[in-house]
Write a protein that binds this ligand. Sequence first.
Ligand SMILES: [Zn+2]
Ligand SMILES: [Zn+2]
Length: 134
Amino acid sequence: MTAEQINRVNELSRQGLGYKRIAALTGIPANTVKTHCRRHPVGGGKTERADAYCRQCGKPLTRQPKQKPRRFCSDACRMKWWNAHPEQIRRRAWYTFVCPQCGEEFQSYGNAHRKYCSRKCAADARRMGGGKGD
Ligand SMILES: [Zn+2]
Ligand SMILES: [Zn+2]
């Protein structure tokens, strides 16, 4: 695998995706993905899902309180990544939404049916809307 593929596998693995899913998304054989993930477990298992690594260079990101989690360490990395992955835009694996609760724009991976940016917002909306049932 190229360094870029490894980055991508690590990234997807951190998001909790299985080998098959990662293989399908990256075009890398599932066995290769599996071997790689076994040899290089990310973030020490499923309990601690690190969300703060640059997708481009893999550098850990410092997350500022009250700030949206970032996916790139810098604009340069962001540009590089999107330039290198134009198919990701067209494939529409990332869906962009505006959270009706807090008004923040957010993205969801491979899920076109998300409505709120977070569980908290969904819960808030339900509470404020006096949701029926539940
Ligand atoms: Zn970076
Ligand atoms: Zn929200």
